[in-house]
Design a protein around this ligand. Structure first.
Ligand SMILES: Nc1ncnc2c1ncn2[C@@H]1O[C@H](COP(=O)(O)OP(=O)(O)OP(=O)(O)O)[C@@H](O)[C@H]1O
Length: 502
């Protein structure tokens, strides 16, 4: 947006007789300008080979919860929320902008559009920055602009679903909704900007369109943690694919596109079992013998009773039960997770045919997934995981009953310290420009709470009861506390520890 357009904005607000200060208005519709479109359309980050999501209408019934979010859209500024990233410099940039605003809210006029990032089914996404903010890195955001007047009722419900889901999220691998601005017939969602594009485009830049195994493991592990968090909130994603996995400037993932999600209830469970033999040990401190028991605690929060019968997703990623139209649940995400790992490893999806119809036929057939001969060490583990995720019957599919808890245990992920996942270095790949965190950057501002060591020794009698009670208390806050989910999903959700009974 150039100076001339800035002036146009001021004139326009005056013509409308708006008496508030220029920065308090929402009348800067520069995203509507054809100049903006022409100038920036070519800079769209997504490759032209990207596969679009579909909403088939053989069964058009939306999930029950989607109607409940069809509430009136209103402006949403979440500065006061207890977001775990509230010390992030992005929030500070927004706070600085709104301090001067008479109503304390963020308005479109606080934002300067820089370029068009791309356009999707529902609207366009712009790179923008907070005006007059000196820290260029922390003042950049992505602004998703939706023109509600151009959308059908069904697409409008998708926008509402996306806005609702975004407002619930508080996780390093998922976008933060900094503000929602509804003005006239536009809905604008201000979220994190991912300067490294999407995983689909990155994959196309690699030799043979494949990632090395270590990179597959890195991306799969991060996506798994993001999925785990969504499922713990009762959100079934339904549109997992490389195109929807964006890469932040630090090379970590951010899932995007929540318009096809549906919500369901979750009934979290926490189990604590004794594993291994009970041993007697000499206590140095207490001068006596004590009993040491090795316990395994397991936390599961998976919407395994989720049910929807609308057919949505992306052809190559649709699961057999979704295609059959007889209803599906959380299993669609675990199926898609298997397809994703396959695609990252082999550069193509496992059931891809010559046409969309033949792809769908292959998915629906009883044909099992086939693999090229293994070419590197560790491929067998990956193949075994994919095979277990691509089980056609969702009742027998890995992940469907205990979610990420079971998937994380697979030997493909062996060695990953889940609580530290945010701090693993991204792989060095062609086309991935990783900017390390600076002192006031991502790491300094919002370090993920690191869980305690996986193995711990305790010498408090009744510890298990105590932990169980504490966790139960936290579960009761399940739907209200985003912080809890953050903790639950960044902590290892199954771990062993020793209990010493004096
Ligand atoms: N936060 C972001 N940072 C950087 N680029 C983004 C961001 N969000 C979206 N984009 C890019 O903008 C483009 C449009 O995104 P959008 O989510 O509107 O559409 P889409 O991914 O095609 O989804 P849909 O399935 O809703 O059509 C995509 O190419 C995406 O890569």
């Amino acid at each position: 947006m150039d100076e001339a357009q800035d002036n146009y904005y001021y004139d326009q607000s005056n013509n409308n007789g708006n008496t508030s200060s220029p920065c308090d208005t929402d009348l800067d519709f520069s995203f509507n300008s054809t100049v903006t479109d022409r100038t920036f359309a070519s800079s769209s980050a997504r490759s032209s080979l990207a596969r679009s999501s579909l909403t088939l209408s053989f069964n058009d019934r939306l999930s029950t919860t989607s109607s409940s979010v069809a509430a009136t859209l209103s402006s949403y500024n979440s500065f006061d929320s207890l977001h775990h990233r509230r010390s992030d410099p992005h929030w500070s940039a927004i706070r600085t902008a709104t301090n001067l605003s008479s109503d304390g809210r963020l308005h479109l006029s606080h934002l300067k559009l820089l370029r068009l990032l791309g356009a999707g089914n529902l609207g366009r996404v712009f790179l923008c920055k907070i005006r007059d903010c000196s820290d260029s890195a922390s003042s950049q955001f992505a602004l998703k602009v939706v023109d509600r007047d151009t959308l059908s009722k069904k697409k409008l419900s998708h926008v509402q679903m996306e806005a609702k889901i975004l407002s619930l999220l508080d996780h390093p691998f998922l976008p933060t909704l900094y503000a929602r601005i509804d003005v006239s017939h536009y809905t604008c969602l201000l979220i994190d900007y991912c300067s490294n594009g999407d995983l689909h485009s990155l994959l196309r830049k690699q030799p043979g369109n494949r990632f090395p195994l270590a990179a597959v493991k890195f991306f799969a592990a991060e996506v798994l943690v993001a999925l785990e968090y969504l499922h713990a909130l009762g959100i079934v994603y339904r549109d997992l694919k490389p195109e929807n996995i964006l890469l932040r400037k630090d090379g970590h993932v951010m899932l995007s596109d929540f318009d096809l999600c549906f919500e369901a209830d979750v009934d979290p469970t926490f189990r604590c079992d004794r594993v291994g033999p009970t041993r007697r040990r000499q206590s140095r401190r207490r001068r006596g013998r004590m009993v040491v028991e090795e316990m395994e605690a397991e936390f599961v929060a998976e919407p395994n009773a989720a049910f929807s019968s609308s057919c949505v997703g992306t052809h190559e990623y649709l699961s057999p039960e979704l295609l059959s139209g007889s209803g599906h649940g959380n299993g669609v995400d675990w199926w898609a997770f298997g397809v994703l790992i396959y695609e990252l490893m082999y550069g193509t999806t496992p059931f891809k045919g010559g046409s969309k119809e033949s792809t769908l036929r292959n998915i629906a057939s009883s044909k099992q997934v086939a693999f090229p001969p293994p070419s590197a060490e560790g491929m067998e583990e990956a193949e075994d995981l994919i095979r277990k995720l691509l089980v056609k019957d969702p009742r027998r599919r890995l992940g469907c009953s205990k979610g990420a808890t079971d998937v994380k245990r697979h030997r493909f992920f062996e060695g990953i310290k889940w609580p530290l996942i945010r701090h693993y270095s991204p792989p060095e790949l062609r086309g991935l420009a990783v900017r390390r965190a600076t002192s006031n950057g991502a790491r300094g501002g919002h370090v993920m709470t690191v869980a305690p060591k996986i193995r711990r020794s305790w010498c408090v009698k009744g510890l298990v009861d105590y932990m169980f009670r504490r966790r139960k208390k936290r579960y009761s806050r399940l739907n209200s506390s985003a912080g809890y989910h953050h903790q639950a999903s960044t902590n290892c959700n199954y771990y062993k520890y020793k209990v010493r009974v004096a």
